[in-house]
Design a protein around this ligand. Structure first.
Ligand code: B1M
Length: 222
């Protein structure tokens, strides 16, 4: 049994170098050799962090960020990854309204969260990116979800997430829905400031929190 170190390193390098063809070829090969889709995502993510650092160091520019985003989406679109994510389960255990908050166009983390949530039998109403508080409110009134999921990876999204929770409070809807916020910059104290019920820096961890919430809600019913 191998832990596929070499191929994973090669993928991280190829993502960091924005070598689209090589990433896809290596990703296909890795999946074929038994790398789990979740592991592949984490590996591509490591490459993205390098891209981000190069952007901060002004070695890369906005076009390179765009390219990195496209490469990640291509990996997510591979057949084997789609099987992981978008397997439609019959019986739904809960409903999530999900969006990336106002001012933020990053959608890859949100899409991964949606994929894991759908695989775990949630119905997800994905309302897209750059979503203002008014739209969150409207969609919550319309769909009456169990959970509101907000994604945001730009630092200032802490404030736009808080805006949404405050608006829910003002509209008298706060107690109707659990709120989870997700993004790499979030901490327990920022989640507290936002007024969320939970937070996650990793999409799968976020879905695990939602599963736990549904479990305790059903125990409460029984
Ligand atoms: Co942008 N960008 N970007 N970018 N971008 C970052 C985030 C940045 C860290 C790069 C850097 O400077 N090091 C930086 C943010 C700095 C900050 O706020 N502190 C940055 C910047 C500055 C910008 C612009 C302002 C650049 C500019 O225009 N000058 C601009 C902003 C546009 C906007 O949103 N208004 C911008 C634009 C873009 C693109 C559009 C070109 C592109 C995104 C394409 C797309 O999403 N379709 C892009 C990209 C690709 C990146 C990096 C390189 C990669 C982001 C990514 O997709 N990562 C990024 C560098 C980095 O991350 N270090 C960077 C992979 C993805 C899986 O991670 O989305 O974080 P992520 O999701 C994680 C967790 O956050 C969490 O789970 C996932 C892991 O499992 N998670 C959740 C996310 N949502 C969740 C929800 C949950 C639970 C967990 O529950 C509901």
């Amino acid at each position: 049994m191998t832990d596929h170190v070499k191929i994973k390193e090669a993928i991280v390098d190829a993502v960091a170098e924005l070598d689209e063809d090589k990433v896809i070829q290596l990703a296909e090969q890795a999946l074929h050799e038994g790398v789990m889709p979740e592991e592949l995502l984490a590996t591509v993510n490591q490459g993205m962090l390098i891209v981000g650092r190069r952007y901060e160091a002004k070695e890369y520019f906005i076009a390179d960020l765009i390219m990195a985003g496209l490469i990640f989406k291509e990996v997510l679109g591979l057949k084997r990854m789609q099987e992981l994510f978008y397997s439609k389960n019959k019986k739904k255990i809960g409903k999530i309204v999900l969006g990336t908050v106002r001012g933020d166009l990053h959608d890859i983390g949100k899409d991964i969260f949606r994929g894991f949530a759908e695989t775990n039998s949630f119905e997800v109403i994905d309302i897209g990116v750059d979503v203002p508080k008014e739209t969150f409110l409207k969609k919550i009134q319309e769909h009456k979800p169990d959970i509101l999921g907000m994604s945001g990876i730009l630092t200032y999204t802490v404030d736009t997430m808080k805006e949404v929770v405050d608006a829910l409070q003002e509209a008298g809807l706060r107690d109707t829905v659990r709120v989870i916020v997700g993004g790499g910059h979030l901490t327990a104290s920022t989640a507290d400031y936002i007024g969320a019920d939970g937070f996650a820096t990793d999409a799968y961890e976020g879905v695990k929190i939602c599963l736990q919430w549904m479990k305790s809600a059903h125990q409460g019913e029984g």
